[in-house]
Write a protein that binds this ligand. Sequence first.
Ligand code: NAP
Length: 473
Amino acid sequence: MAYKTVNPYNNELVKEYPSATADDIEKALSTGYALYKKWRDEPAASRADALHKIADLLRKNEDELAKIATTDMGKLYAESKGEVELCAIIADYYADNGAEMLKPTPISSRNTGDAEIYHQSTGVLMMVEPWNFPYYQIMRVFAPNFMVGNPMILKHASNTPGSAEAFEKIVKDSGAAAGSLTNLFASYDQVSEIIADPRVQGVALTGSKRGGQSVAENAGKNLKKNSMELGGSDAFVVLSDADVDKAVDLAWRVRIYNAGQVCTSDKRFIVADNLYDEFLKKLKANFEKLVPGDPMDPKTTIAPMNSKRAKEKLQGQIDKAVAGGAKVYYGNEPVDLPGQFLQPTILTDIDKDNPEFYDEMFGPVAQVFKVGSDQEAIDLANDSELGLGGIVVSEDAQHGKAVAEKIETGMVFVNSFLVSLPELPFGGVKGSGYGRELSQLGLNAFTNEKLIVTAQEPDWNNPAGGLAVFNGK
Ligand code: NAP
């Protein structure tokens, strides 16, 4: 697919980018591999200054970077600025803590010697990232692996090439070694070739089931470790003892942020029957207030979707859901603007046999369900092929937590929006993928967890006696 920026606010073709050549790929691989070998002999701490510098440069260039992201994929300018700041926070965190977190972990073992697990780099990583958070998605993989010492090759989404180039430039300007992060405007076939190359030892993808299946298949065929951060159809569970105003105040924000195009943006609102009517009325009142317009204008409160293709896909899903019996409680009217705007929409009465019951609606559409008990809410939340995140709302936090424990996803927040921070693991189960990014778990995603046992001499009385016998003792 051709890499180009088409501003989703006005459909203007801003810039087209040249595709990666075979030479570009070889250069990225050889530079990355040489850097991997160089970094193996250097302590992780030696990379911390460059990572801090990256954070500084992100903050210094926040306005420009935010404008690039908004032009690429349409999100509100204020949201783009927030994303740049989050990237700086992640970079600073791994610069401050990465080396300490990577220190060898001692194991208390029998008398074989001193046993330790070293957390060592493994090689070049291929990362494939989506457009919805065009900087943060890169940073989730970049910051930890930069400290580990795994150089990275980036294939970004074809509609966010401006952000990919801008991120790569920040890394370069920080003085980080050449090859730390190489952006390639690569085709799917070229991504497959890179994955097959022996210099590449890991593959991280964030994206759809379609992209994930294809890239994971390639990684599996080549026996390359991989992590998959895929879609979500998270449940927002409003328990019967919730304060409905507080619940709605969270609900409309989580559904509308980034024009609803967030993997962990709750898409299914599961509401106790005593609060259902009021919840719907108040959710609608908040949706009605949203103002579509230029995402660069601070008065705009609902951004266009990222592309014509995405809007058409979501409109098709709404149409299919309605044809299958869903009711439009609010929205689903055309927006009189040239960009890729979809009116925030509330759907109810989606039965299990509705063709859209199991689909992720990646945009500003809320599906609202009524339930009669906690158990019904849990069963409905878990009746999903996906398992990424979720929110539970209750005036009794312990009650909320007890329900959260029963939800089959990778992350659940009680009485809070789902927040991503460098110290918290991010990822899902079931069709939402496997592996975790960020936190200690994300830092270790592509390390060689290498055991080193150090003894003065063999312990011939070790209970692993077979070995002693073999050695003739
Ligand atoms: P997508 O089509 O899978 O695209 C994601 C990335 O994968 C893009 O760079 C895309 O390149 C690339 N790609 C797709 N198929 C590929 C293939 N066969 N070989 C190599 N690269 C391939 O995803 P999307 O629909 O744009 O993104 C939205 C999805 O991502 C949603 O399902 C959302 O929930 C999920 N998501 C998950 C997380 C998470 O952390 N779990 C975060 C954000 C989004 P092109 O652009 O060139 O097609």
